[in-house]
Design a protein around this ligand. Sequence first.
Ligand code: ADP
Length: 469
Amino acid sequence: MTDLNTFWAARINWFNSDGREQSIKDYIDLANQLIWKRQASFLAAAILAAFYFNPLSIFAFYGIVALTEMLDLLLGRQSKAWNGQDPVVGQQILKRIAINTAVSAIAISVFIVNIALQQTSPGHFTPLFFLFSASVFAAMYNSQMKGILLLRLLIYAFAFLYIAFLDVVRYLPPISSDIWLEFFTIFFVLYFTGDISVKFYLSHKQRLAQMKMINEENERTKAALEVKSRFLATVSHELRTPLTSIIGSLELIKNDRLGVLPETLKPVFSIATRNGHRLATLIDDLLDLQQIEAGAMVFHFEPINANDLVQEAVESIAGYASKLGIQVMSDPCIEDCQINGDRNRLIQVMSNLLSNALKFSDEGGAVKVRVETQGARIRILVHDEGSGIPEGAKDCVFGKFSQVDSSDIRKVGGTGLGLNIAKQIVERHNAIIDYVSEPGVGSTFYIEFDRQTGGDDPSAKIKPLATAA
Ligand code: ADP
């Protein structure tokens, strides 16, 4: 028994010298896919042959072929659950593939040789063509494992030579006879079959190598992303904590809490505080982005009144708006306008939309916020009369670190992260965020949610926004 196992281990190494479980898996998968196609060809060949030769013997040998095919079917079914990783199971499967291949190739050869034996006139186009088709089929679809393919082709080669020799032995013809011509032609066919088998085998190997490369590249990219994510989280945390205390101290000094600050120093401290806040916003955005990418952003969903949400966001931005000399007006919805969402995250989204609207407006302009409902949907709109956004810039507007005007001379600052984060937050609410805009006229950004309760017609869709008005 041990000897037998050693024998098999050696055979298996030879059969599958690439050592790739993937090849076995590919072989089985393909065999499973092609099983009925093969059955159909064998049955068609048997019916054709039965019409011209002794049907009893034709169907008897076809029956044996079909039985060997059942073995393949069984093996395919049993191996389906194998994940292609465990080498011990792989070896067992390989052992059975080798046995099935030998049995099936012999059965097919005998089936075809039987046809040749029944032909009484010289020339065996039909059985030779059947054999040739079986060889090409094997070359095309068994190329994953060169040992298995070789085994099948060797058995077919014996059948080829046997059929070729039949007439030579039967008629002992002179060398100038067509029988010898046919005999020599068979060597061309054998060479051709071997050649295409090598080609298919090499292209399979190439595909495997490419897959391996892609997998390795994928793993490297994943590892790099992981490192980047950890780096971002560490740096941001290490910056955020000291920055909070720096900003706090600057605020105390600027507001004369630690003693009266000389007038000459006040502008310096104001600039320092402002820049501290900008830095803090950038770090917060980076932290949010990192959390979203790591799937670690936590959401606390609760019923929220959209009017309240807008009110809170408008109040929080009021100081900034008056500093820029821009009026912010809100137009609440008179109907019930409950949505389900994370209050803080939605305030963050609204603040981003509002601060953009203010940033890109001119002094003296107006920003309008409106809540509207239609059927089962609620839409919050933030409209400005600012610079507007050129057509085709959507990817840039919602992209990471991207701005429509990224030139050094742009008037307004920013990280190009806010709307990307907003979009990801909104999408976690199963809501949509979008805009309509016209350069020089203004922009309307909007978020559209499912309404929590109410609505006369729940199937009604809110009508699409056509203009920035
Ligand atoms: P930023 O920090 O640069 O504002 P955002 O992600 O919030 O980043 O916005 C991305 C870009 O989209 C902005 O740089 C700007 O080019 C464009 N944008 C966003 N809102 C408006 C708006 N209301 N009017 C004009 N352009 C806008």
